[in-house]
Design a protein around this ligand. Sequence first.
Ligand code: ACM
Length: 626
Amino acid sequence: MLAKFFTFIVIILFALTTSAQVSIIPEPVSVVTPKGEYKAGKQINISVTAGAQSVADLLKERLTNSGINCSVAVGQEKASISLLINKTADKTIGKEGYQLTVGASGVTISANDNAGLFYGVQTLLQLFPADVEKKNGLKDASIALPFAEITDYPRFGWRGLMFDVSRHFFTKQEVKDFIDQMVKYKYNILHWHLTDDEGWRIEIKSLPKLTSVGAWNVKKEGYFGTFSAPAPDEPRNYGGFYTQEDIKEVVAYAKERFVNILPEVDVPGHSLAAITAYPELSCSGGKDNHGVCSGESIKDWSTHTALVDDNLCPANENVYVFLDKVFTELAQLFPFEYIHTGGDETFKTYWEKSDAVKALMAKEGLKNMEEVQSYFSKRVEKIVESKGKKFMGWDEILEGGLAPNAVVMSWRGMKGGIEAAKQNHEVVMSPTDFVYLDYVQGNKIMEPRIYASLRMKKTYQFEPVPEGVDPKFIKGGQGNIWTEQMYTIRHLQYMIWPRAFAVAEAVWSPKAKRDWKTFIPRVEEHFKRFDAAQVKYAPSMYEPDVATAINSKGELVVTLTPEIDGLNIHYCFDNTFPDNFYPVYSAPVTAPKDAVMMRIVSYKNGKQVGRIITMPIDELKKMAKK
Ligand code: ACM
């Protein structure tokens, strides 16, 4: 009896002190949710400290878009939401942190700086119903917000996403939308990959052919890298570029949202667009060059051989004059203190054949091609520094010796970053095996073709500071979105989300607060927000990983491994469409002898969550052979 009474008391206390779960991504440093909610009603008044109105205006814009009546005033006493800049700085939260309280008398967000207020606002918006993301989604709704006490600040100052606009061009508006989406998850760096073999995307006034010639190729669809070479007379009208006015507009838009833009001009490799515009910049003078790449094969990736010369020539002084012009204009357009100069995947085929490079090696005492690239990097570093900027490159710039002040972005795993940090250089971690957001999020057999798969579960394990490395050299991390196989903004969204939630959490949340089990329900809540906002995402986490083997009887055996808990995976081999009345997968299954197709579908709590996936038996057998 006594035990029952105590259980009763515990239940009552629990009911009094706990409240609805909040689902914040990235997970804050500390969240307490007392029971109760603040009833804001149908009109929201925002009060803001003078000097921070721009943050209040952005909040107003978001709420107004969702149909809420909203006003902003400076220093009001009675407001539904108060945005306050601390008179005395709170050292714990730093420049980007905030305190957020939702209580009986309303919402207060306090911060040391406008950036912190802005991040507090992003968290606050996640406390609103999902329809806050929908145009007029909360029109005439009476708003109630759960009580909350949140303290929050980022783990890293560099929280980036790289956006490749060269392989496929994305408009200025699409870039702004991308920024809107990234800041919701507290990213603060947009690494803008502006040049590559498929297009030069930024107007350089002193070098007009970079965009009149270099921004245009032939539209192809299918499997990038295997396209037929364009005919000489095919119109080159696919692509585009940003004028300098466009760039200024995007930079200002980003700055208002506390995003720094890191421009990348990728040299000396990946430069076919520039070389098509100015063939004299390559060692071969462009003799095998058939134009800006349209997705045809220009490199043999298995042997690291260039089939077309896409490298700037390190032995040509005019190349450095060219780069000086480019970086002069770039430095004026982008206020961020870093410029990324690429350096990756420079296949040296044409350098090896070049007499000018041989002469350079003799003159400078360079022993191999890596030292030639290092010579080039050091010269580029000097140019970048002469514009008042810091020089940054992919981890290949370590080969042959790092330039004196280079900042390294480690992409071929973490080892380049570890090596650079050991040499006391700043590092940003963006390893392929954890944060390459161009890899499909599900099994390759289920997804649009690209060279690799990377499950969100693996991304969630991304830890930017490796064992044994001084954390002071690790500026943070970023996810990279290469767009070879992304033709539209819809597919780009599909590739990024929800996996970029995992990256956001790795670079913002305290390491100890990261937990896959609590992450997934939060992701599911955010799917509702994405549905409301009509932003696409991949449902791949509901679709299992597939492994196959051929057993001793020559039969195909299929193993399905779910990425998350709580799924029922139904399957069939009879070439029909499975639903929750079909057999549930519980152990590896053997395909019937004459089956041609396996189909699967996932359910959770009785509801279909995954797509119906069709897997031809022939493909499954091929997987087994590999
Ligand atoms: C890279 O992914 N080539 C940096």
